[in-house]
Design a protein around this ligand. Structure first.
Ligand SMILES: Cc1cc2nc3c(=O)[nH]c(=O)nc-3n(C[C@H](O)[C@H](O)[C@H](O)COP(=O)(O)O)c2cc1C
Length: 202
């Protein structure tokens, strides 16, 4: 398969199951993250992988509890909860979740070491975490797994840190839900190339 075909095959799949070789998926995520570039090779991304009962606990207990509390705090009507809970159940139906963080201590260290680029390091770190996440997503797609990307941070940050002993410097940025693809994904619309790309001299 060509790399461009691999990129096209990576899609957001929301109908996922538990038919996952967790060891293989874990190795794939680790290798994809390790091979991802980062500014000054600072390797600021960090990953917590939750599989099996821990994956179920993430969606059925941690996210469900913290999100419901936040919705109540914001005065969201009780009737909205059923739909939200259905969404969380669909994530729990998948096989594992990879939670992506940035190590802000490393970012701060770089800012002190290279004051000239101080403003850029948080942006580069964010970009690097995005690159690592999507590389993992593509690599998982290459081994036949489906995934979707969620953002229940910062609502779940404290509970995740407490439950899994995550250092205070790790800032949660996204949750990649991974599972066996249980449905086809609809074709994607693309904006017109002429509105998106400018090419000169070709
Ligand atoms: C930075 C970023 C943030 C996203 N956040 C979410 C999200 O919070 N929830 C979600 O369901 N999908 C999220 N997505 C998925 C996008 O909606 C999806 O990638 C886009 O619609 C294109 O579809 P595709 O992934 O199938 O190519 C996110 C994607 C990116 C790149």
């Amino acid at each position: 398969m060509s790399f461009l075909q691999s990129l096209a095959n990576r899609r957001s799949n929301y109908v996922l199951g538990k038919d996952v070789d967790v060891a293989k998926a874990t190795e794939t995520i680790k290798e994809a993250v390790k091979q991802s570039p980062s500014a000054f090779n600072s390797q600021t991304s960090r990953v917590l992988i939750l599989a099996g009962a821990e994956h179920d606990k993430l969606w059925h207990e941690i996210v469900a509890t913290d999100l419901k509390a936040e919705m109540d705090r914001q005065g969201v009507p009780e009737s909205a909860w059923e739909g939200t809970k259905g969404k969380l159940d669909s994530f729990a139906a998948a096989g594992l979740t990879a939670l992506f963080f940035e190590d802000t201590d490393v970012v701060k260290g770089l800012q002190e070491q290279f004051p000239l680029y101080a403003d850029n390091f948080p942006v580069w770190s964010e970009q690097s975490t995005g690159i690592a996440s999507v590389n993992a997503w593509v690599a998982l797609s290459d081994i036949g797994l489906g995934a979707n990307l969620q953002h229940y941070n910062p609502v779940i940050n404290d509970t995740i840190a407490k439950t899994y002993g995550i250092p205070a410097s790790w800032n949660l940025r996204g949750q990649l839900v991974v599972g066996s693809p249980e449905s086809e994904v609809a074709p994607k619309d693309f904006m017109a190339d002429e509105d998106r790309f400018k090419v000169f001299g070709a």
